[in-house]
Structure formats: C-alpha cells, structure tokens
Design a protein around this ligand. Structure first.
Ligand code: 4F9
Length: 253
C-alpha cells in the first residue's frame, strides 16, 4: 500500500519509523511518501496560509499550494496509474482529517486497507479552504471529538491502525484477530507470569489447560467488559444466540 501525506510538518511522521509501522515500511508492505505544500508556493515568502473571508480569528491553509501538491502526487511516475484509477475512483482515495469528519472506527480502517493508494491531507491553523474539500476530498475522518493542533497526529493514528491490518504486518495474525474492536467487542483481561503477585492471583481457569473453558471465559469477559464500559458497542452489533444468553445471565448476576 502507498500512502502520500500532505503536511507542513512532514518531520512529525518519523514516529512511524518505529515498531510495527517501521517494520512494515522496511518490508515495503507500506510506502510512505511525505509531501510539503510549502514546496508548491509561488511567492517569495512561500506563503501557505491566509486570513478567512468574512473575518474572524485564525488563519486558513490556502487552496493553491495544496492543490498543486496534490496534482504533483498524482503526476508522479510511480503512481501515474493511481491517477487513472482515481479518476475512475477505483484504487486511490483522498482523505482529509478534521473534527468535522466521520468518526474513524476499526471497520473504516479495515475498509481503507482495500485501497492501493491513499492521500492524507493534514490541516494546520483553522483548517483548509472549503473548496479543496469539495473538489478533491473523497472522505473526511475525525479520530474523536476534540481539537488538535493539526491533522498530523490524526493521520498517524489512521496509518498505524491501518498498517496493523495489512497481511504480514503483525507477526502473529491471531493477536490482531483477538484485539479489542476486531469483533466490535472490548478485549478480555490478560495475565502473564507469575501466577501470584503481591497477593493477587491469576484467574484459576487460565491455569487449567482446558482450552474450551478458557475460550468460554474470555468470550464472557469480553461481553462483560463491553456491557459495563461500552454498552453502545452492543447496540449495533449482531450478537449470536449464545452471546445473548451470556449477556442475559451476566445482567442477572
Ligand atoms: C483531526 C481532530 C481529526 C480530530 C485537525 C485540528 C482533528 C484536527 N480528528 N484538529 N486539526
């Protein structure tokens, strides 16, 4: 997968050179291209921002440097094909990170891994000229209901969460399948050695070696935690008959 980032602070993305994302870049599962709209300014001062029409506080990112940066990405030889595919909206998407976007969920990350090429636009200041969103952006995503200093950290969160889902990025694929939210449920509790620490014991069942019982317990813990901490997750989930029974029992207890 190829990701082109458009950012005034491309250096921030060095955080992705570590851990699972770092390895995915090394192994070329992920190609990360950093593009700075300042390189596409045409004035002596290399101006990327301007005041908002209608007045009010703050500055906005200008249309032209962003548009030229985007055009350059789609003109680049190695992804000339992406340009073609994008016109047919097949294999490339332009994404803008902002608090006005759709709330990013695990299912969105999964869906995004289906594209061969993504462009992530990171805003600074109060955001970008609305016409660029209208003309060029395919999807707008928010990572949560708070305001950041720019879209960079949100873009890195999107890239990190998505990279884990690329086949081969995580050593043990099981650990991705078992993650919180994979099945729209929270994760069950985990324990490692020793079996007792500061007087606190590991739940008996995990030491039993009975894998059917262990799976049952974990499934139950996932449901219990989701019920207690994030009941909203259960609303739009299709629960199995077995899961509904467990929930009914847990609610009684
Ligand atoms: C982006 C906040 C995505 C939440 C971008 C300021 C942002 C953001 N999710 N805040 N610029």
């Amino acid at each position: 997968m190829i990701i082109d980032v458009i950012s005034l602070m491309p250096e921030m993305f060095s955080a992705l050179n570590y851990g699972i994302t770092g390895r995915a870049i090394q192994n070329q599962l992920l190609t990360l291209n950093l593009n700075n709209p300042r390189d596409f300014t045409r004035d002596k001062h290399r101006t990327v921002d301007d005041t908002p029409y209608g007045g009010g506080p703050g500055m906005l990112m200008k249309y032209q440097p962003l548009k030229d940066c985007l055009d350059d990405i789609y003109n680049h030889k190695s992804i000339a094909q992406a340009k073609e595919e994008r016109t047919s909206r097949n294999n490339s998407k332009v994404i803008y990170l902002s608090p006005q976007g759709k709330r990013l969920q695990q299912s969105d990350l999964k869906k995004l891994t289906g594209w061969e090429h993504l462009v992530l636009i990171c805003g600074r200041y109060e955001g970008i000229d609305e016409r660029l969103i209208q003309q060029e952006v395919d999807e707008e995503y928010s990572i949560g209901d708070y305001v950041l200093s720019g879209g960079e950290l949100a873009a890195m969160i999107l890239i990190d969460g998505m990279t884990r889902l690329l086949p081969g990025a995580v050593g043990d694929n099981e650990s991705v399948v078992n993650d919180s939210f994979y099945d729209n449920l929270l994760d069950y509790p985990h324990y490692t050695r020793p079996a007792e620490v500061d007087g606190h014991k590991v739940p008996e069942v995990l030491l039993s070696g009975n894998h059917e019982k262990i799976n049952q317990w974990r499934q139950e813990q996932s449901l219990l935690r989701t019920l207690q901490r994030r009941p909203d997750l259960l609303d739009d989930k299709n629960l199995s008959h077995e899961q509904l029974e467990i929930i009914a029992r847990l609610k009684n207890e």
